[in-house]
Design a binder for this molecule. Sequence first.
Ligand code: NDP
Length: 277
Amino acid sequence: MHLAPKVPLNNGVLIDALGYGVYKVPAPDCADLVSTALDAGYRTVDTAALYANEEGVGQAVRAAVDGGLPREEIFVTSKVWNDRQGYDSTLAAFGESMDRLGLEYLDMFLIHWPCPAQDLYIPTYKALETLYGEGRVRAIGVSNFEPEHLHRLMDATDVVPAVNQIELHPWLQQRELRALHAELGIATQAWSPLARGGLLEDATLAGLAAAHGKSVAQIVLRWHVQSGHLVIPKASSQARIAENLNVFDFVLSGTEMDTLAAMDSGRRSGSDPGAMK
Ligand code: NDP
């Protein structure tokens, strides 16, 4: 079993440097796959109302706790979906997520997308602040926020987001956002860290993988960890779930990190945050 190092968020709460993401994990498979991940050593799980699999995440977490794993060692993230933005509807959506998860508290709750056309992310975040103040969630943050959304949010609210979860991988390195996060004390969490698997065919990465006796996925995940990103790869087999966590026993050299830095092309695998309604 491998364990990822724990990293403090800006409020001192610990999160795993590498967790398990469950977007597109079908609901009937979710509990088994999250249990597989917990058995492999994962302690952070990333879900969302949109993924329609919060029940399975909660079932696996409760089973692990019943089996002796302390709840405090597990970190569960969920997110409010775009059609529930607004103060009251976000509070209601949180309650529904918690009912599906069947947990007493949530570790982190995020605004899934800023949806600037709706112009509701400020009241939505104020609802997250209320939940945080009530102790129902240990950390709050955002996802897919661009610099202008972060600046406006920070001017209008009190709690600095713990995390901005963004699409981030060697083809889309998000240098401006990462620099802003560092300045503001916001952790960068990488979604689609493997570009949804697209990066795994890259010949340069295959060369690095061969040199280290690792897989291409492990090289990319190691690049994330060494770059200081929190990372949440998704995989659907026991072997790949375990493989993705096994990245803490080797180091990429400065030259190898430069090789990865040179792959930045701005190529997205997901939606553009400014365009998401
Ligand atoms: P990833 O970059 O994690 O890639 C997942 C794909 O890579 C799957 O097809 C998986 O295959 C494959 N894969 C994973 N590990 C390996 C491996 N070791 N060898 C070969 N193939 C591998 O993409 P995701 O889009 O799933 O992103 C990860 C997580 O980020 C999501 O699950 C979700 O939690 C979060 N996310 C958040 C978003 C947001 O807006 N906040 C948006 C999108 C994702 P297989 O499943 O067949 O094993």
